[in-house]
Design a protein around this ligand. Structure first.
Ligand code: ZN
Ligand code: ZN
Ligand code: ZN
Length: 385
């Protein structure tokens, strides 16, 4: 059977996240988006985990609020390597509340878990893996948004060239992040690992903006992990890499955005540009061909509606589309021209063209999201701001 998962997101106790992110609202959002198993996020946060402790446990997942949750938490591993300090974001998954509380109890020695839902931990990935596997061999770790500049295993700041420099084959998978897709990832040795996609949502609307569809034997923790490890990935839903905040090189404060084949130095301030994801992939590609699962580029439906129409109608049309297709991801799988014309009237044509990818991008850079517009469309003033 096929299920869709999104197992990297955050709750209200993480930095820079929405106060509306609680278990109940996350479950509701997962349903509207079409996510069958959603991560709890932030399970090492003592207040956050307590919000899940009364949920029913079954087959390694938690059931409640009309959804299924997988225990997940993102941590920032801070450690020395070859004389420099690395910062790498990783997501831990586990299969019971008991195991989650044990992990919390051990990891608190390495950082203040109550300060942030995504804690800084002074421990290497290898040492953390040893500890986690020692506690419960079913606990898993995957590398988060592996290409982003500041806090990722292959990002420019850390400067690693191989995942194997800091972790072994026990690593479950790599996550593309918003500014990369599976094809880009598979051009490098990172593509030897299973490639998954998750939303990394910091707000309810962003849940499911990337997701992974798996071929599983049943809906259980073990089946999901097995499907990832054996690369039974039916498809991933992906941001267009150009939309991600770190696709091109650039300087946000200087308004400089450049393709990586240009000079690394900012022509406004003279400092080094923030090196984007495309640059890193070009640097690390190894010429090998690796199989890549099917994937589909998507743009959040509300964002599309916001482009084509006046803002006070967006919720109404969004709801009409969800009513027709059951959930948001199903729109991308099943949309027809006829439906869109029926539901959206005069906006149907533009939405159809955007969903078909008849668009061009101003790529994202240095923390600024990329912006699309319809081919041949006039540039709307708001898009420039
Ligand atoms: Zn992260
Ligand atoms: Zn995150
Ligand atoms: Zn600059």
């Amino acid at each position: 059977m096929e299920i869709t998962i999104d197992i990297h997101l955050h709750g209200k106790y993480s930095r820079a996240t929405s106060p509306y992110l609680n278990p109940e609202t996350i479950a509701q959002a997962a349903k509207i988006k079409g996510i069958d198993v959603i991560g709890t996020g932030d399970f090492t946060h003592p207040l956050w985990i307590d919000l899940f402790k009364n949920l029913e446990e079954r087959d390694g997942l938690l059931y409640g609020y009309g959804s299924r949750f997988m225990l997940s938490v993102e941590v920032n591993n801070v450690f020395e390597y070859m004389g420099r300090q690395l910062n790498i974001h990783n997501v831990i998954l586990t299969n019971s509340l008991e195991s989650a509380y044990q992990i919390l109890d051990v990891l608190k020695k390495y950082g203040d878990l109550s300060k942030d839902g995504r804690p800084n931990l002074k421990i290497s990935m290898m040492e953390m893996m040893d500890i986690l596997k020692g506690l419960n061999r079913k606990t898993e770790v995957f590398a988060a948004h592996i290409w982003t500049p500041w806090f990722s295993i292959l990002g420019a700041r850390n400067g690693l060239r191989e995942i194997k420099e800091v972790i072994d084959d026990r690593l479950l998978a790599v996550e593309t992040g918003l500014s990369a897709d599976p094809n880009m990832t598979a051009m490098t040795s990172a593509g030897d690992f299973p490639i998954i996609s998750n939303s990394d949502a910091h707000s309810l609307d962003n849940i499911g903006r990337e997701a992974t569809r798996l071929d599983v034997d049943d809906i259980s923790y073990d089946s999901i992990i097995n499907a990832i490890r054996s690369k039974r990935i039916v498809k991933t839903y992906e941001f267009y890499p150009q939309e991600g905040k770190y696709y091109y090189d650039g300087h946000r404060s200087c308004n400089i955005r450049v393709h990586p084949n240009q000079n690394n130095i900012c022509k406004v301030c003279g400092k080094k540009l923030t090196i984007g994801v495309l640059h890193r992939v070009i640097d690390l590609k190894d010429g090998k061909t690796r199989p890549v699962h099917k994937f589909q580029y998507i743009i959040p439906i509300k964002q599309i509606l916001n482009y084509v129409m006046n803002s006070n109608k967006i919720e109404t049309y969004y709801k009409a589309l969800i009513d027709r297709y059951g959930n948001e991801l199903s729109i991308y799988d099943n949309f027809t021209k006829e439906d869109l014309y029926n539901i959206l009237g005069k906006y149907g044509e533009d939405v159809y063209r955007i969903l078909k990818g008849d668009i061009i991008w101003e790529p994202g850079y240095d923390g600024v999201y990329g912006v699309f517009r319809l081919k041949n469309d006039k540039i709307i003033e708001q898009l420039k701001s």
